[in-house]
Design a protein around this ligand. Sequence first.
Ligand code: GLC
Ligand code: MG
Length: 575
Amino acid sequence: MKIILLLPIFFILAIAQERELDWWETTIFYQIYPRSFKDSDGDGIGDLNGITENLEYLKELGVGATWLSPIFKSPMYDFGYDIADFYAIQDEYGTMEDFDRLIAKANELDIKIVLDFVPNHTSNESVWFEEALKGHDKYYDYFIWEDGAIDENGNLHPPNNWVSVFRKSAWEYREEVGKFYLHQFVIGQPDLNFRNPEVVEEMKSVLRFWLNKGVAGFRIDAIAHLFEVDKELYGGRFPDEPLAGNLEEDPENYNYLDHIYTKDQDETFDMIYQWREVFDEYKEKDGFTRVMMTEAYSSPQLTMRYFGQGDREGAQMPFNFVLISDVDGSSTAAEIKYALDKFLTFKPIDKLSNWVAGNHDNSRVASRFSPELVDGINMIVLLMPGVAVTYMGEEIGMVDGYVSWEDTVDPSGCNTDDPINYWTASRDPERTPFQWSAEPNAGFSTGASTWLPVADGYETLNVQVQSITERSNLNVYRKLSILRTKPAFRYGRYESVAFNNDVFAFKRWYNGEIYIVVVNFREKSYIIDLTYFDNVISRLEVVISSIQSPKNAGETVEATRADILGNESIVFKVL
Ligand code: GLC
Ligand code: MG
């Protein structure tokens, strides 16, 4: 009787200590690359109806929000990141009615839809760019134009040495206007001019258009490239960028230069804060927070500026790319710890961290680390303090697909002009169709062919097989997403250690509940003394173990001598 009376009081006291968490702070964001998720009409290309029909799958994963890579009208030179009409859906992905149905179904399931906002550039087939070429002043000023340089023989050259992220000059000449336009990405992606207030307003209208349709926020694409230096400070011409000092690098490569004039400019941050104000107009009306995730591969100091400054708020989630940029399967446990500590060290104390190990621009976890480490990396992404982001397919440990030079379509691969080494730059391998089942085309499409080939091994590596296999990456993922809702992971503190070269471990604890996550990055086995961590004594219980592990949930190990086998990843609970 007493216990029954005391429990609710204890419960109220316990939660009263913590601020109530907002929807986005506790959820998992799942990135869908729509072209490759599910094809509903057999044309070999994924589409909106394919997503709508499979939202239940996300629900079963414990995912509460999905970020969709661009679904807008596009000639697809950069597979939708070159947008011809920011207010329209690409035909092969569906119609506006399909989009409305997607939102309605997502609402029913309480899954938030986050869209990709691509402010840096349009498509060269957008009405804006076409009008600019016709000499329509308003639209001419939407873009960045510069006179060419003429050499002593009278030949025309690009205005300066700037190179595109995808190689070669970032300038393209247009006879119609007798000038070069800037494109930091492919030729089909002319950069917008954010020093023009009309562009600023136009892009805010784009945000409002989709917010009015009920989206829960945006992932902001390529934000570090938004502004170029103000050329008025340099006598009215954009200056050359200095060499980065990689002399063995090909001068046509992006890394050849130090991008001091085209990346991470101060003005970028103010624009982020302005967009957040737009989001907050909506929150003021209905109390529901719209989220912003910013994509910038920048230093931690710069990344933190996206959070806000003084009383101005910015992005809730400036992407923390350490698991993509700083470490891989060859990293030592110390390097892993160092990388994971980085964001936590630099972030403002009142902001949340976020964790992401894959996306449509980077090699998959199973390929960059190893298939054996898929569970271990998912444990890190889902159990570290902060928001988790999963790229579709990482929950089943998809591997990079083999895409021949002939089948390569990604401009980053094609622009190498190198039939041998193209794969080092191509992003097609991480974009191959999602593996639903052992059926033809991995159940992705009933069409005769798919826009990219399905990866080898899909007959056994797919959702259907993993759903019915007790020990599978998918089932580990599902268990992690449930475990993640425990207070220790929502509110708990964090401490980590590299026990040796290979074994990394971290502790999460809250109100007497303690969890230890151990990831062995190598094949070698170890006996580890987990009493290194405060309050870890006597025995620990296995809660979740990686699929290769012989340990079952419920088994216990002795804290002073836990045997950690090669490539084993385990979540323990302290008894
Ligand atoms: C971002 C996208 C990438 C795209 C580029 C240009 O980095 O993630 O896929 O190619 O921006 O929009
Ligand atoms: Mg289709």
